[in-house]
Design a protein. Structure first.
Length: 153
C-alpha cells in the first residue's frame, strides 16, 4: 500500500506563482502535519517520502521524515497542474510504504482516474487539507482499493 496526502493548511494564497510555490504551512498546518505522523507510521508508511516541490507539501511531510530519519524528496510530478498520467505512474511504481504529498487540484482527479481503472473506493472521499488516501495495489502496481482518512482536527 502507498499513501497519498493532501498538503496541510498553508498561509493565504498569493497571485504570484513564485510566491505561491514558497507559501509555508500555517500554525494549524504544522499541527496537522504532526498529527498525521502516528497514523501513517501505524499503517506502515516509511520507505520513501516524495512531495511536490511547493514548500507547503515538503513541510507537510517533514515531521514524518524526522520520525523515520528520512529526507523528503521533491518531485515535480506531484506539483500543481501536472499531467495526470505521471501521477498514476508514480502510484504504480513506488514501493509499499511510500508517502506522496500533492495538491487539491491533483488528488481528486487522480482518485477519479484510479476508479475508472477499476480501483474500488471504500467510504466517503475527503478532499480537505491533510487528508490521506490509503491505496492498496496488486503485484503489478495497479490500484485495487482506496480509502480516505479524514484530516486531523
Amino acid at each position: 500500500m502507498i499513501f497519498l496526502v493532501r498538503h496541510a493548511k498553508a498561509g493565504q494564497r498569493n497571485d504570484s506563482v513564485d510566491a505561491d510555490m514558497q507559501r509555508p504551512l500555517s500554525k494549524a498546518g504544522w499541527i496537522q502535519s504532526n498529527a498525521i505522523v502516528a497514523p501513517l507510521l501505524g499503517a506502515g508508511a516509511g520507505r520513501i517520502l516524495l512531495a511536490s516541490p511547493y514548500v507547503r507539501c515538503m513541510q507537510t511531510l517533514e515531521p514524518l521524515a524526522a520520525a523515520l530519519d528520512l529526507k523528503v524528496v521533491a518531485d515535480d510530478r506531484l506539483a500543481e497542474a501536472q499531467p495526470l498520467g505521471a501521477m498514476l505512474e508514480m502510484i504504480a511504481e513506488q514501493p509499499d510504504g511510500a508517502v506522496l504529498c500533492s495538491h487539491g487540484d491533483m488528488i481528486p482527479d487522480t482518485m477519479a482516474a484510479l476508479q475508472r481503472r477499476g480501483c474500488d473506493s471504500i467510504g466517503e472521499p475527503n478532499w480537505k487539507k491533510a487528508s490521506v488516501w490509503v491505496i492498496e495495489r496488486d503485484a503489478s502496481g495497479n490500484a485495487t482499493t482506496a480509502r480516505c482518512w479524514s484530516p486531523p482536527r
